[in-house]
Design a protein around this ligand. Structure first.
Ligand code: FAD
Length: 413
């Protein structure tokens, strides 16, 4: 057995931020991170890698350069959670005992739920911004496209960054419009759901982009299988009465967003809710059954948008409440469900969607957030990456949630 006072599972956006903030607030508190990967990725940058704005290397850094000083790193993956014994088991069979646990291993991209997808990815125009291995191929596909059918898919919710499947679609359409194509482009957005975006307030500007680019929307289309060599996609489609049928579509390019679920060791644990995510109080982020367990980030069973922006505001809440638990004090920090999605509607234009639980619109800036803006593109491409690497991951807290709430009332629909 190894022992940890605070054990953090996952060295992603959430794990590193929480560990850094814990070290800053309580430098003598022993913190251990379990993380199997050598590298850490700034995933919000992958949309821009797929669009040729960032290089992949700008989004990936060695894990050891980001882990906060003084934190113990166990380079292994967790395989089992045993909360009744305050233990986690690792894939190499080791067991780690903890006093307090923070669970943030992100989510699992379920590529295998789409038959043939793993084999098809990376050739024949089948690309995805959802992994470091495939994001560069998206840009290659965008450049090689000479016209014809371009499909963009979106699986059932929840997924991380719900706007990402359509961000790359608008950037692709803009790129092709600017470059000029030999043949006309026929762009289709195939969504498993029946709405363009989960927060209705932001649908009109997105619908505007869809109309401007002449994109066809295909709701209730769920990608089930891909055959790369014949460039064919198979969808199950639900009609008005909920009857299912299968349709086949040929494509010249297809950008796939894979189905997303909680990691296996989380889904099979006593800490998961019915849908497989970690069951926490949506406000304190403390587990509802185990007071010494907290969770945040993509794996948390909360209804906020699964984004790094959410992590930025969740981390200080987890840290404060965790320290209160250690000190035997009542939990006084609350998370309001803030998440943000910078929707790239064109090169140089972003609709900055920011909202809290229940889809309440909470813009940081006193400007109509429905308008695509050049300033928001600057934020997305320059300021947010800087904030992520230099401030968030280093644990500098800048809880701007209260400021965001100030403008909230103006924009209720
Ligand atoms: P992650 O950052 O994914 O980290 C999870 C970590 O846990 C990883 O390092 C992983 O190796 C580790 N891990 C996994 N399994 C185990 C295990 N068994 N044991 C131990 N460790 C494990 N967010 C925004 O805010 N704005 C955006 O514009 C945006 N755009 C996006 C675009 C794309 C294409 C993608 C893919 C994501 C985007 N996001 C965006 C979402 C954002 O990247 C995630 O919400 C964020 O990274 C979540 O942080 P996390 O720490 O929960 O998970």
């Amino acid at each position: 057995d190894e022992r940890a006072s605070v054990l953090v599972i996952g060295g992603g956006a959430a794990g590193i931020t929480v560990a850094a903030e814990l070290r800053r607030h309580r430098p003598d508190l022993p913190v251990t991170i379990i993380e199997p990967s050598d590298t850490h990725s700034y995933q919000p940058g992958w949309t821009l890698v797929g669009a040729g704005v960032f290089t992949l290397s700008e989004t990936v850094r060695p894990m050891e350069t980001l882990l906060p000083g003084g934190v113990t790193w166990i380079k292994e993956a967790v395989s089992t959670l045993l909360p009744d014994e305050n233990l986690v088991e690792l894939t190499d069979g080791r067991r780690v005992r903890y006093r307090h646990l923070v669970i943030c291993p992100g989510l699992k991209l379920d590529w295998d739920r789409v038959a043939g997808l793993r084999e098809a990815l990376g050739s024949n125009g089948v690309c995805s911004n959802y992994s470091a291995e495939t994001a560069e191929y998206t840009w290659q596909c965008l450049q090689e496209f000479v016209g014809g059918k371009a499909l963009f898919t979106q699986p059932a919710m929840p997924i991380k960054c719900a706007g990402a499947p359509q961000k790359i679609m608008y950037l692709a359409a803009d790129h092709w419009r600017k470059r000029g194509l030999e043949q006309p482009a026929d762009v289709e957005f195939c969504l498993a759901g029946d709405t363009l975006f989960g927060v209705p307030f932001f649908v009109p500007p997105l619908q505007q982009a869809v109309d401007d680019y002449g994109i066809t929307l295909r709701y209730k289309h769920n990608l089930k299988a891909v055959h790369g060599a014949s460039r064919t996609a198979f969808f199950t489609v639900a009609d008005e009465e909920g009857r299912m049928s299968e349709v086949e579509r040929r494509f010249d390019l297809m950008h796939v967003t894979p189905p997303q679920i909680a990691p296996d060791f989380v889904r099979s644990s006593p800490l998961a809710n019915a849908a497989g995510w970690i069951e926490v109080d949506p406000s304190t982020l403390q587990h509802t059954g185990y007071a010494n367990v907290f969770s945040l980030g993509d794996v948390a069973g909360t209804t906020n948008a699964k984004t790094a922006a959410a992590v930025r505001l969740q981390a200080p809440v987890v840290v404060r409440n965790l320290l209160s638990t250690i000190d035997g004090k009542p939990l006084d920090a609350t998370y309001d469900g803030y998440g943000s999605c910078p929707l790239t509607t064109a090169y140089g234009k972003v609709v900055l969607a920011e909202f809290t639980y229940g889809g309440k619109v909470t813009p940081t800036f006193p400007l109509d957030p429905r308008k695509p803006r050049r300033s928001a593109w600057f934020l997305k491409t320059k300021i947010l990456p800087f904030m992520y690497w230099k401030m968030m991951l280093r644990g500098s807290e800048f809880d701007v949630a209260h400021r965001e709430r100030e403008f909230a009332q103006d924009y209720q629909t």
